[in-house]
Design a protein around this ligand. Structure first.
Ligand code: HPA
Length: 337
């Protein structure tokens, strides 16, 4: 297993002969000892304090890691967040709208993965949207950055351990359905997971949830209806669609898009499904919204570019913020303690 600097929240790790030897012997994705997370200058770093090869500390399991991160975040704010938000590519600016905001870089949160993708700021903003206390992630991590599905789903598990009962996940997606226009906001009603990974693979930890979680109502019908009504009030069009998740990072070929359309996909993207699966495993209610930042490969006679993704996300920023605010106001009644 190659050493992946900073993957568990370290940005200041320094290689020394002894740490290099230690990681060679000790490092593996699921064999990190608690002592490897030392707080140095306010950040968690991954230097093991023990003599190389002699580290006998216990590995914290995924549940304990989520619990540590959750407790840490709850010490950063007097608020008790009731809603988790994951703000995808170019959509992070919603978190700038929060009142009573506290910003916590992912690098400061124990065990939290670092966001490396363009347009993903990599900080958690704890604050309020009107009366509702929220925890908003400005940026997420993806499989294509080299993270496992377990790591990608970790932040949602942290939300769960913070006592958060509902999440709104957002993403940038390619439009497969020809009725969509670039810039459209689409509520996800179901997904097709083609990422070849699932965050629940491995021994089941019953503290998160049961072995075989039901996915027939993965995307809350009630919240989808709330989103539809909120859009109606704003005089905006809001479609629903099926999201196909691929690992990326290459965009799809036109043949792959034709295939995805044939199997029933309306949207395509590289995120969200691991988070949804982990959320449903924990019984967290999910609403997910895609911004169609581009029409999928082969639909228009031009190549795809991530610049177009960000330009479109920036263009719809106002509509997106207004819709999220309206939805959160309506969801509030359901999630207040
Ligand atoms: N494909 C996959 N992911 C994406 C796309 C796309 O066309 N647009 C934004 N994210």
């Amino acid at each position: 297993m190659p050493f992946r600097p900073g993957i568990h929240g370290s940005s200041t790790a320094v290689e020394t002969d002894s740490t290099a030897l230690w990681r060679k012997r000790k490092y593996s994705r699921d064999r990190i000892c608690t002592g490897c997370y030392l707080k140095k200058n306010g950040r968690y770093v991954t230097l093991c304090p023990s003599i190389p090869g002699n580290c006998d500390m216990q590995t914290p399991d995924a549940f304990s890691r989520a619990e540590s991160a959750a407790r840490f975040l709850l010490t950063q704010t007097p608020l008790k967040p009731r809603l988790g938000l994951v703000l995808g590519s170019g959509l992070g600016s919603f978190a700038d709208e929060l009142s009573e905001a506290v910003r916590v870089p992912y690098t400061a949160i124990p065990f939290f993965p670092r966001a490396t993708a363009v347009g993903h700021a990599g900080q958690m903003v704890l604050g309020r949207v009107d009366e509702v206390a929220v925890a908003a992630m400005q940026g997420r991590v993806h499989l294509y950055e080299g993270y496992s599905a377990v790591e990608v789903a970790f932040p949602v598990r942290v939300f769960g351990r913070m006592g958060i009962p509902a999440v709104i996940l957002t993403n940038a997606a390619g439009g497969i359905n020809l009725e969509y226009k670039q810039g459209a906001l689409v509520v996800i009603k179901d997904h097709i997971n083609l990422q070849g990974q699932n965050p629940l693979v491995g021994p089941n930890d019953d503290r998160f949830g049961e072995r075989f979680p039901d996915m027939t109502q993965a995307y809350s019908k009630q919240y989808r209806e709330i989103a539809r009504r909120a859009a109606e009030r704003l005089g905006k069009n809001l479609s629903e669609g099926v999201y196909a998740a691929l690992a990326g990072p290459s965009y799809e070929t036109p043949a792959e898009i034709r295939y995805l359309r044939t199997i029933g996909a309306d949207l395509v993207g590289m995120s969200t499904t691991p988070e949804v699966i982990a959320a449903r495993h924990m019984g967290i209610a999910v609403l997910a919204i895609s911004c169609v930042t581009n029409m999928a490969a082969g639909i228009l006679d031009k190549p795809l570019s991530y610049l177009e993704v960000f330009e479109t996300a920036e263009r719809v920023r106002g509509d997106f913020v207004a819709l999220l605010k309206a939805i959160i106001a309506d969801i509030a009644a359901d999630i207040q303690p």
